[in-house]
Design a binder for this molecule. Structure first.
Ligand code: NAI
Ligand code: A1CAB
Length: 268
């Protein structure tokens, strides 16, 4: 999906996540000349994008500003950023935990503040972008949804209290899956396969299974049953996996969700 006409975009922080989104937008056609990134580490700012190492003392207000720093850095950037925001500005925040009310208290001017919970595959247009906004009028909503749609699947979250859960599921989710890929390869190597071959096969198996699940009308549970031939070997493996997988993933998400709630409290 092509990126819509946005007007000038300012990124405050351009590290792993905001940088991934920027790469996704540039690949979808965003003109780098429209983008300024305020980022202490110049090396993480793509070519063609205007780089600043700190926020300017004044200047024209950008149409879109995206906060991409760690939540712990919010109060480092807020005093210099707030005066640059105009009533026409849309402020996007990808900060885990940090609530709209906490952002609004620091940034009174923008017409709308939108919480965005992206994930890293946004860099290749395969991200998940959860959105929550208060008071964003239909044209602004359409613009933000189209911007995020260029990076992957867009899901509006009506109840902000669910944002910590969303962050645990799709924001952190790629890390959990990268671990799964690693563990699958290592388990293959433990059975005697060469480690590099097992790693390649694990990655291709997970990629292929996810692509098939996306292309298929059947749900993942049904697809698992199709792999597990009656009386075959997959059933024996599933019997082991099914004993712990659901609880393991619930515990994983609960731990991540809890930390997001702590970050919310720390930035309140
Ligand atoms: N890494 C991920 O997969 C995801 C991260 N997030 C959120 O994205 C935000 C950034 O996280 P990461 O990209 O992982 O961290 P990161 O450390 O890679 O990026 C943060 C960037 O902010 C820059 N920075 C530090 N102080 C600054 C300042 N005063 N002004 C401007 N830039 C400054 C740093 O140099 C760094 O490049 C966090 O709030 C996190 O909750 C959300 C979803 C997924
Ligand atoms: O770990 C973190 O805090 C961020 C939020 C979701 C992914 N990374």
């Amino acid at each position: 999906m092509a990126v819509p006409e946005t007007g000038p975009v300012l990124l405050v922080g351009c590290g792993n996540m905001a940088g991934s989104m920027l790469r996704g937008w540039l690949a979808a056609g965003l003109d780098p000349a429209q983008v300024t990134a305020v980022e202490p580490n110049a090396a993480s700012v793509p070519a063609g994008v205007t780089h600043l190492s700190m926020l300017p003392p004044d200047g024209a207000s950008p149409a879109i500003v995206m906060l991409g720093v760690k939540p712990q850095k919010l109060d480092e950037v807020a005093p210099a950023l707030a005066p640059l925001l105009a009533p026409e500005t849309i402020l996007l925040s990808i900060l885990a935990g940090t609530e709209l009310g906490s952002l609004r208290a620091r940034f009174p001017a923008p017409r709308a503040i939108v919480r965005v919970m992206p994930n890293m595959p946004a860099a290749i247009g395969r991200g998940v972008l959860a959105l929550h906004a208060d008071g964003l009028e239909p044209a602004g909503r359409e613009l933000v949804a189209a911007m995020m749609g260029a990076l992957g699947l867009v899901e509006w979250i009506g109840d902000e209290r669910l944002f910590d859960a969303v962050t645990a599921l799709s924001g952190s989710g790629p890390a959990f899956l990268f671990r799964f890929i690693d563990a699958l390869g290592k388990a293959g190597a433990a059975l005697g396969l060469p480690a590099d071959q097992a790693a390649r096969m694990a990655l291709a198996t997970v990629g292929g299974a996810a692509a098939l699940a996306e292309a298929s009308d059947a749900d993942p549970g049904t697809l698992a049953e199709r792999v597990a031939s009656p009386g075959g070997s997959t059933r024996k493996g599933l019997d082991v996996l099914d004993r712990t997988l659901d609880t393991l993933l619930e515990d994983t998400l609960v731990a991540a969700e809890r930390r997001n709630a702590e970050l919310a409290a720390e930035t309140r």
